[in-house]
Design a protein around this ligand. Structure first.
Ligand SMILES: [Zn+2]
Length: 518
């Protein structure tokens, strides 16, 4: 009884919260908000005194389900065929997507990579005339013209980076497969000894999200083992610093990459090219500005021992390789769009992240059940379902077995569908979802709506019997008061988390919450 009344009252506040939230998010994105001392409900916020005092968001407990490969017995480690991705894996996936996002921004904004790739600002000027009061006559002066193409040309650097990354991936995947063949491992799933460099990881990640293509590729190149490797979530989680959204390859993995001729950090490698007094950089810079950029970046790569297997590669061969990499590059670029979406949602840094991810996984299970109920149909995932689905696909073998068990067929992932097709299919999926499970298929998943939903769920589970008489019933006035307090508490929590995020982006000390002595 009180649950219904509660839902009704809090529902009225949700819309207001959602609207306030949107405004606060915009101000975070513009980096305008600074953490300030803020007092509410007996707590005060102040900047942390040192790193130790700072809050850790996301909380480490979110990753508790991750298991390092050495902790499992490989012979018997094959999980149940219908195992779903875990909260820890989905959370690490978000961490990784934020790292990819930050890397792309860093590449685009890097002045060093401008130099490496020969992207220069056009500094043309025109002569203009102005009247000088001091000398009582007109004079000519040079007026600089803005370079309208500069921004767009800087963005192209990401594609240039990917051209090199795709070539490096092709080298890595062969070696990784060969190493897996040499290692004596059980009959169960295999595990990678070392993480690949970040750029290679990014290409591999995007390739895995095209399951059929990846399977075909492995067959064509006789790579029999790499598909059996579960995505190395625990290793990736250890390599990521979420405070800065950066990825640090462990020392042994970096040494291993180095020993096979792959520079462990492609960004650093390309930045060094701009500094080195070699003949390569000027040549590259000159040619990059012209047409055949692809072949030239590869040329640099080969010249610098990036792929020692083909030291005497000619430009023609390099161009052929570049063409075969085009699909790999397009995969990553499509995934960058998904990383943008996840960055905009920023679930990982929200107070309700555990709820959002747990629900995403159970809704993904429902999504797979819909495939079984609607054979031969195209179904489109909601955004949260999509994250769980992607996370599942990244462990190629397990995904194949998992969807066959749950959906009754193999489901390929086609992220190349047109907007029109997608919209129709999404509406149909939402209808089927409603009929089967009775819920909203694509609800708003913003921080505010999720935080309110979490409170409602806790309440529905009877965790909030405030008047202590055991039945959870309050009279009308008490109920109104209680709802007011709940909404205040949710709002306070959201405001605090947003302040932490604003401070993180502004590279300031994060705010801490302190109880004010009564
Ligand atoms: Zn919302």
């Amino acid at each position: 009884m009180s649950h219904l009344a509660g839902s009704h009252l809090i529902g009225a506040h949700t819309k207001a919260l959602h609207e306030t939230g949107k405004q606060e998010v915009v101000s975070i994105q513009n980096h305008t908000k600074q953490p300030t001392n803020y007092r509410q409900q007996g707590t005060v916020w102040r900047p942390a005194r040192d790193m130790q005092e700072e809050p850790v968001i996301p909380a480490p407990g979110l990753f508790a389900t991750l298991v390092l490969p050495r902790d499992t017995d490989h012979a018997g480690a094959d999980a149940d065929a219908d195992a779903l991705p875990t909260v820890g894996e989905c959370a690490t996936h978000l961490q990784l997507l934020h790292v990819f996002y930050a890397l792309r921004v860093r590449i685009i904004e890097s002045a060093e990579l401008d130099k490496t790739f020969g992207v220069e600002q056009n500094r043309t000027t025109v002569w203009r005339t102005r009247y000088s009061g001091r000398y009582g006559r007109s004079e000519k002066y040079q007026h600089p013209l803005g370079d309208a193409t500069w921004k767009a040309r800087r963005k192209e650097k990401f594609r240039y980076y990917l051209i090199v990354a795709a070539a490096r991936f092709q080298e890595w995947v062969k070696k990784a497969d060969a190493v897996l063949a040499e290692t004596k491992q059980g009959t169960g799933s295999l595990c990678l000894a070392f993480l690949p460099p970040l750029d290679v990881l990014m290409v591999w990640h995007a390739f895995l999200l095209n399951p059929r293509d990846f399977e075909d590729y492995c067959r064509k190149h006789r790579l029999e083992r790499i598909r059996k490797v579960p995505f190395p979530w625990a290793q990736i989680h250890s390599a990521i610093d979420s405070r800065t959204d950066t990825f640090m390859l462990p020392k042994d993995a970096a040494a291993s990459a180095d020993s096979t001729g792959l520079a462990p950090d492609l960004f650093a490698f390309l930045a060094d090219v701009s500094k080195a007094p070699s003949s390569v950089a000027p040549t590259l810079a000159r040619k990059a500005a012209t047409t055949s950029a692809e072949s030239n970046f590869l040329l640099v790569l080969f010249t610098h021992g990036g792929t020692p297997a083909t030291p005497n590669t000619t430009t023609a061969t390099a161009t052929a390789t570049a063409n075969s990499n085009t699909a790999l590059i397009a995969n990553v670029q499509r995934q960058a769009v998904f990383a943008d979406k996840m960055h905009a949602q920023l679930w990982l840094r929200s107070p309700a992240v555990l709820r959002t991810l747990s629900r995403a996984i159970s809704r993904y299970a429902q999504f797979l059940a819909l495939f079984r109920a609607h054979p031969g149909q195209t179904l489109v995932p909601a955004l949260d379902v999509d994250l769980a689905w992607h996370t599942h696909q990244l462990s190629a073998s397990a995904y194949g077995a998992g969807v066959r068990a749950r959906a009754g067929r193999f489901i390929d992932h086609d992220d190349k569908l047109g907007v029109g097709v997608l919209k129709g299919a999404l509406e149909r999926t939402a209808e089927w979802y409603f009929v089967a499970f009775g819920g909203l298929y694509a609800p708003c998943l913003c921080w505010d709506c999720e935080a309110v939903a979490e409170v409602l769920e806790r309440e529905a589970n009877g965790d909030m019997d405030e008047d202590g008489d055991g039945d959870g019933d309050l009279d009308g006035e008490e109920e109104e008061d209680r709802m007011g307090r709940l909404v205040d508490a949710v709002q306070d929590e959201l405001h605090y988390y947003r302040s932490v995020e604003a401070a993180r982006r502004a590279r300031k000390q994060l705010p801490v919450r302190e109880k004010v002595p009564a």
